[in-house]
Design a protein. Structure first.
Length: 270
């Protein structure tokens, strides 16, 4: 486990992912019933983007750094929450700022030092538990939740060459245990072939109601660069698709290079 998100925190991919993630959590909270949020690859929770590690890449400057002073309206709520929470908030810390008293967070992290840091970060957050364990195992261990409503964020580092295949297996296993759950999977786009193969694998399985939300910072023609990213969402809540469009459009406008674009693709109907 060599990946450390501090080198990439607040970059364009985080902006897209977290802006949509906030909208997804809020959409699910429109129902009064309690909600479990399972974060399988949680990281350390908060990131200091001016730290020496983050400044080695400076990726945040072409991401959240472009939005802090004058965000477009579709990203204003996301930027406001980032400022309210302090530092750059990763997914568990964002959720800590959104959870209702009835909601519950389970955050898993396999990097031991990062898991300890996350425990310290979340120690005063009610109804939040941090586990030092493999995130894919957590999908099996914590589902189905007693709340009977759940959002499962799977955001792996993609260090492994078989990550897409592992994701496909984990999604099918988790869906079989909890078919009504909302699964949200982040994936990188360097070139199109691995993503298309991942989609085809899922289409051949039993999962229905799948939608891919993608942002390309630049055309995906150079396989050695992170050209874009996507969120695959299973069982997106009512109204989420139209709400996602202006968020993605604002990301293109604010963060994109020449040839930037976004797409929403339904992979399987309900």
């Amino acid at each position: 486990m060599n990946y450390r998100h501090i080198f990439h925190a607040g970059n364009f991919a985080d902006v897209m992912k977290h802006a949509l993630y906030i909208e997804l959590v809020r959409a699910l909270q429109r129902k009064d019933k309690p909600l479990l949020i399972l974060d399988t690859h949680a990281g350390i929770g908060r990131y200091e983007v001016t730290s020496p590690e983050a400044e080695k890449t400076g990726e945040w400057r072409a991401g959240i750094g472009l939005l802090l002073d004058d965000p477009p309206p579709a990203l204003a709520a996301y930027v406001a929450l980032v400022k309210e929470l302090g530092l750059y908030p990763g997914s568990p810390w964002l959720v800590a700022g959104l959870m209702r008293p009835k909601d519950r967070l389970v955050a898993c992290e396999l990097h031991e030092e990062d898991a300890q840091t996350l425990r310290r970060t979340m120690r005063h957050t009610p109804n939040a538990a941090v586990h030092f364990r493999d995130g894919y195992e957590a999908v099996n261990a914590f589902l189905p939740p007693p709340e009977k409503r759940g959002l499962i964020l799977i955001d792996p580092p993609f260090e492994r060459t078989d990550e897409f295949a592992t994701l496909a297996r984990a999604l099918e296993a988790g869906w079989r245990k909890f078919p009504s759950g909302v699964f949200c999977v982040w994936y990188p786009i360097k070139h199109r072939a691995p993503v298309r193969a991942f989609f085809e694998t899922l289409k051949q399985g039993p999962i229905r109601d799948m939608v891919a939300f993608e942002l390309l910072k630049r055309p995906d023609t150079d396989p050695n660069r992170l050209n874009g990213c996507g969120l695959l969402i299973i069982n997106p809540p009512f109204g989420f698709e139209p709400a996602a469009q202006p968020i993605l459009a604002a990301c293109v406008q604010s963060l994109g290079e020449a040839g930037a674009s976004f797409a929403i693709e339904r992979l399987a109907d309900e």
